[in-house]
Design a protein around this ligand. Sequence first.
Ligand SMILES: NC(=O)c1ccc[n+]([C@@H]2O[C@H](COP(=O)([O-])OP(=O)(O)OC[C@H]3O[C@@H](n4cnc5c(N)ncnc54)[C@H](OP(=O)(O)O)[C@@H]3O)[C@@H](O)[C@H]2O)c1
Length: 259
Amino acid sequence: MARPVAVVTGASSGIGEVFARRLAADQDLLLIARRRDRLESLASELTAQTGARVEVLEADLAGEQGLTIAAERIGAERNLDLLVNNAGFGLSGYFWETDRDRQEEMHRLHVMAVMRLCHVALRTMVARNTGGIINVASVAAFVHAPGSASYGATKAWVTHFTEGLYLDLKAAGSAVKVQALCPGFTYSEFHDVLRRDRTKLAPKSWWLDPNFVVEESLRGLQRGQLFVVLDWKYKTLVNMVSRLPVGLRVWGEGKRNRK
Ligand SMILES: NC(=O)c1ccc[n+]([C@@H]2O[C@H](COP(=O)([O-])OP(=O)(O)OC[C@H]3O[C@@H](n4cnc5c(N)ncnc54)[C@H](OP(=O)(O)O)[C@@H]3O)[C@@H](O)[C@H]2O)c1
């Protein structure tokens, strides 16, 4: 019998790679990112270890061509069981000082790609009345800071959009599950790409292991949990910040210097 298929975007490193490693035990995989060499070596390793069929797709999801190819491939997958919209990146600096092309790339990747891939995946999943989608957002969706206007805004979009999908699916009586995964600082290549010194961003106790992030996400998906915020410190922070009057929240956010 054909195994269920999980699609992971941004599977060439970090949280996406951990999702791929964890899912290969039970599912065949379609791994998407730009670095084909990374995807291919991960695919060979996982096939050798687990016997999973692992397909790789080199695609720039911030570009129209790459996104169309990925959407068409996902749309053709009859055994689609899970989509993890994980590909993403950060930017450092005041909004007007950063490169505008990179700002646009971020909006295309965090917003347009997530929307398009959810649309094509849900067509199949809703018709089969099974499956799940994990959209990787961030604690930054709830707690903003100087130097990350677009990052915070696009990740807030991911949480709002996922909540909207959740409501649609509930109203339609569908068994398909959706989740907005909201990690805090997590060990991956994210901050290497940004050239940020981890020790200057947050104390060690605030850094999460990507294996923990992925385990909690998959556990949450099984339970049908819409928002997954990890670790008691981040849960407390998000709960507190969400309850503050807006003026107090923005005053507190202004005290953080993440530029
Ligand atoms: N690490 C953290 O502290 C943290 C915290 C909260 C949320 N997150 C979120 O977690 C997700 C995964 O990030 P990570 O921490 O695992 O960072 P990472 O190790 O840098 O991984 C990012 C992944 O996204 C892929 N990617 C980037 N741009 C892409 C594009 N245009 N098209 C296709 N793939 C692209 C990268 O692959 P290629 O370069 O090969 O394309 C890579 O596989 C992101 O959405 C990030 O915003 C991270």
